[in-house]
Design a protein around this ligand. Sequence first.
Ligand SMILES: Cc1ncc(C[n+]2csc(CCOP(=O)(O)OP(=O)(O)O)c2C)c(N)n1
Ligand SMILES: [Mg+2]
Length: 283
Amino acid sequence: MSRQAFQTLETAWCPGCGNFGILSALKDTLEGLDLDPHDVLIVGGIGQAAKMPQYFTTNSFCGLHGRAVPAAVAAKIVNPRLTVIINSGDGDTYGEGGNHFIHNIRRNVDITHFVHDNQLYALTKGQASPTTMKGMVTPVQVEGSSAIPFNPLLMALGAGAGFVARGFSGKPEHLAGLMKRALSYKGYALVDILQNCVSFNKLNTYAWYSSRIYELDESHDTGDLAKAMALATEFGDRIPIGVLYEMPLEDYHSKHAALRDGQVLSGRRNDPDAVDRLMRSLV
Ligand SMILES: Cc1ncc(C[n+]2csc(CCOP(=O)(O)OP(=O)(O)O)c2C)c(N)n1
Ligand SMILES: [Mg+2]
């Protein structure tokens, strides 16, 4: 399918926003796959990042704040033929949606999760999010954020995720490679994407990320969980990007008899009489 097939409205982001690199990488990725727009569902929650589904001609859904994951998981469970992608922010995913994030990793539904991690709440003008660095001053955290930053990669690895990666919006070609690999993984795949916010994050700027980021090469063993965990904690003078961990795991559909062998719940006939009989049998 051509890039045009996935292209839609003008965006409502600030000039220079890291979201443009992510948008471009996702369009390149989808263009390279043998998929039509109606085969794909892109889900977001609320936020600048969560506007992403609106810029594609695929199926799209924007849930409540923090609720992209349950909507995406539900869609995939009833219709496994859909390629289900989440694009949402660090606040949406790790803050308001933190519980869904953790427990859906454990379910291992075959969805791909791209988190636009600008390390703050951008849509609401720059308050601290879970990934905001300690000490960063914001309009609300006027003495600097005092909380210990949430480590999404370490959390995902600890919860048992089989695919964990990190990308950078300033390297869209590298990011498109990660996206493609995440989409081909059968199970829950997380790509945390570091993203500059030109309007509100004056600490983690494009230059700040660029001077720290380095690409993992083939010498990294993506099957080594302890090494992946060590890399996940590297967030200082050097920040690794690439696939930290990839391990085949049984996904949700293969674990449940009603869903095994390509069964499609959304294609089943609705039989109100059977439901009625069942309800009466319980009285
Ligand atoms: C339940 C609820 N709480 C708070 C809000 C207000 N709100 C909307 S977007 C947002 C921040 C989104 O931040 P993030 O997910 O990081 O996305 P970004 O805008 O940074 O891309 C907040 C707090 C809301 N809409 N609903
Ligand atoms: Mg954010």
